[in-house]
Design a protein around this ligand. Structure first.
Ligand code: CA
Length: 306
């Protein structure tokens, strides 16, 4: 299949809104290479470049890409095939008032560190320590049902999910809220930990290979993003508190498990408590994000795809 190139110079967005205008229109089963800018758009090239406050426009997301035949009620599957690093270094930074330890007097902000890529391309270094390259897409989403979400905010449309499982080899499923879905992505990291505690990963520009599929009349009503890894299905939820996000991610898992095993909600809740696993995605964005990992041994395929 021909692979369509989508350049950041074609267009980026800083807000996911219901009425986005597409920069590209592609088939329902398209293969794409999407160029993304680093989240700070080149502002940090050395330790001397610090970011005093969160820029008004941050996490530029390349797009939106209209997926033909995607209509409200469908599901858009985005299979992430490869994330290529296109710079020779990433950067990790603190910003005043941002990050898990923003109130801690021992933490200096603003401050920046470069994380150069080793020649092998398989590791970066942080102050002499090697860290494996394991790229993550930080911001990825579709046009929301209603309301406007800037690219710093995660919610049911996706957005700034900052989730380590949004990586090559996995597929992320989005509810389609608007005609064409209007996919956009950016804010990639060379490496990032679950939690993204200081507020960033090793921020970097990339090229991302994805293939798309539209699932019409899905077997269940997907309300927010769902990740498929080789071993698990992971509902993702974002909310004002960690506890609330955990409740939503677990309720979604309970519904999937109930449908698969013809359990009532209580039985599915019990099974989730035995085999699921709450995982922290990020704790630093305006809403926190968690996921609930249900092994495929207990949940085969909620979309019932062959
Ligand atoms: Ca982010």
């Amino acid at each position: 299949m021909e692979r369509r190139a989508v350049s950041a110079t074609d267009g980026v967005i800083y807000d996911f809104t219901p009425d986005l205008e597409a920069i590209h229109s592609v088939d329902a089963d398209a293969a794409l290479t999407i160029e993304t800018l680093d989240s700070l758009e080149g502002a940090v090239q050395s330790e001397d470049d610090v970011v005093e406050s969160i820029p008004e426009e941050v996490n530029a997301a390349t797009g939106p890409i209209e997926v033909e035949a995607a209509s409200p009620g469908d599901v858009l599957a985005v299979e992430i095939e490869e994330i290529r690093i296109v710079e020779d270094a990433g950067r990790v930074i603190t910003i005043e008032g941002f990050g898990l330890l923003a109130d801690d007097e021992d933490i200096e902000a603003p401050r920046s560190k470069m994380t150069p890529l080793e020649e092998s391309g398989t590791a970066i270094t942080f102050e002499g320590l090697e860290i494996p390259v394991d790229p993550v897409i930080g911001t990825i989403g579709v046009a929301p049902a209603e309301g406007s979400y800037d690219t710093l905010v995660p919610h049911d449309h996706g957005g700034n999910l900052d989730t380590t499982d949004v990586t090559a080899g996995n597929t992320i499923y989005f509810p389609v809220f608007q005609e064409g879905a209007m996919l956009a992505m950016g804010d990639c990291k060379i490496a990032m930990a679950d939690g993204e505690m200081c507020g960033t990963g090793a921020e970097v520009a990339t090229e991302i290979d994805v293939s798309l599929e539209v699932i019409e009349e899905p077997a269940f009503d997907l309300e927010r993003p769902l990740i498929e890894t080789p071993d698990a299905w992971k509902p993702i939820a974002s909310a004002e508190s960690m506890l609330e996000a955990c409740k939503i991610a677990n309720k979604d898992a309970v519904e999937l498990l109930a449908a698969e095993h013809e359990f009532d909600a209580t039985e599915a809740h019990m099974l989730s408590s035995l085999v699921g696993g709450l995982e922290i995605s990020q704790v630093v964005d305006p809403l926190v994000t968690v996921r609930n990992a249900i092994p495929k041994d207990y949940l085969s395929d909620p979309f019932d795809l062959e």
